[in-house]
Design a protein around this ligand. Sequence first.
Ligand code: TSJ
Length: 650
Amino acid sequence: MAEKKYESKDIVVLDGLDAVRLRPGMYIGTTSNRGYHHILWEIVDNAIDEISNGFGDTIHITLNTDGSATVEDNGRGIPVDVHPTLKKSGVEVVYTTLHAGGKFNNENYKFSGGLHGVGASVTNALSRWCNVTVNKDGKQYFVEFHSFEDENGKIHSGIPVAPLRQIGTSTTTGTKVTFLPDDRVFGEQEFSFETIVKRARELAFLNKGLRIVVDDSRTNDHSDFHYEGGIKDFVAYMVEGKNALFKTPLYIAAESKVVSLEVSFVSTDSYTENTFSYVNNIPTTEGGMHEIGFKSAFTKVFNDYARENNLLKEKEANLLGEDFREGLVTVINVKMSNVQFEGQTKTKLGNPEARTEVEALTIAELTNLLADKKNATYAEVIIEKAKQAAKVRLAAKKAKEYARAKNGAENFNLVGKLASSTSKDKTKSELFIVEGDSAGGSAKQGRDRRYQAILPLRGKPLNAEKKRIDQVLANEEIRTIISALDTGFGEDFDLSSLRYNKIIILSDADVDGFHIRAILCTFFYRYMRQLITEGHVFVGLPPLYKVYKKDYEKYVYSDAELAEAVASAGKGYMIQRYKGLGEMNPEQLWETTMDPEHRTLIQVTIEDAAEAERMITTLMGDNIEERKAYINEHANFDRVDTFMRDYKKV
Ligand code: TSJ
């Protein structure tokens, strides 16, 4: 893009967009890599809205070599006629007015994606430049927006270089947008093909029939997603590598004045429940009203079916929702207007009407589905499995009561491996969970024993996702952690009993270390969530290198810092590369990773933990080879894991 000369007569400062520049976080949450991709999704969402409403079927996303991204659809093309009061083309209105666009007008779009809901103007405001080509009515139109610096050095963005104009003719229809995120907002960042592909696949699953093609011109990577089965294919994809108990997932869909709903589910021989819900294509990780409505309908319909078909005797109690959902993989896809998000990560649907609507629609559709004799075996499989789950649930409850009655006496044994701290001051105390006995040994010797307790983990703690709660308890590593923390877990979790103010995970910068961090985060997320929400969980960053020579020594924690350290060392330096914590002696481990004065900790946020959990449950399945391949590909060993992109250093 050639830089244009601006003259003052061209300058029309757009107050709205200046506000976005001033406080990008208010509009896109963060200017980290997540925010960087967010402005791409704002554009893609607009194209999806068009396609969901029946206009066009394909979206192309291209990552260009100059760092910009292009999004193109084959819809009707953004309106180009001049807006009667704003006196600008529809395209310019969409791009220069906060919250402008067809999506806020329910006549054009029935259930608008609305999504994060800030619109294309925010992308424009946070881009160095942005251009739009519209093919419509046999013509091709073009408009370009630019940022520029005024005489006071203030940056204004999203200014049209010239009004929208016709640049040619066309035999197709559609909209094509190219933009370059502004490095003055985001710093040096780039689009991640992997991140984009992951979300593109999800969007293709959630929008049946939609085709999304992703091309990376930087690497020539290419992906193409299109699912005629929609979320039914999504469920099938998620149970690949698990043992599904039906040939294909079941599927229901219904619409009312308030919501449009589709649900697909399949039963597996696993013991955990996995429910993935979405509202307007946004993952509702924390669930909410739609999930509650679905779950209560599901429980009711299956209990009723069991009674009517004599699968539950009169004297037997109703089965619980959790019994029915054991091993069940479900995707719930809701579209509705005026969504309200709540919860710690704003991923919980708050609208009360979603509960009643989803419940009523599910009861009707599911009853209908089960009334079909062809589906009888599916119902029987689910009910049989639920009865089994109820039995285990009652047995586990008894076992737990028994263990509690015996109190802590034998718990003492479990903490045999724990080297506890001596001070009674809980506010300063720290528990290091250390990968491997050798690093554990160094940590025990190197630590400040007043405040630092060490728990070495031998081998891998089990995958908290895979196992039922009684099996989680059966794992020695997990039991050791639970008894060391002293808080209880699950419903019995009590934060006030926590023995340590900081829980610090120390694991290697390799595949196993990545896996251990993900598993521990998933375990805390599932069974001790408050530890994370109250900010008690951290990941310690060990150094990757030591640069040294006579009278000089510097530890380096990332590849980026290495060059700097080498430069300051001058001639004759040596580099030691640390492959694992076990290679450091006690003093080194203390100095680099444990000493509160010098160490770097990353606080695990609820988003990180949710991402770790999602990653483990959606992407890794039970197939160990697949899991290894996934980890190999995605763990970013230089600094932090993929699920900790937006890390907060403390
Ligand atoms: F983000 C965006 F706004 F720049 C954008 C919009 C980006 C991309 C890639 C596509 C789109 C977009 C918008 N695709 N299709 C549309 N459609 C309309 O804006 C549209 C077209 C016709 C009518 C009509 O009533 O005739 C109404 C609308 C909202």
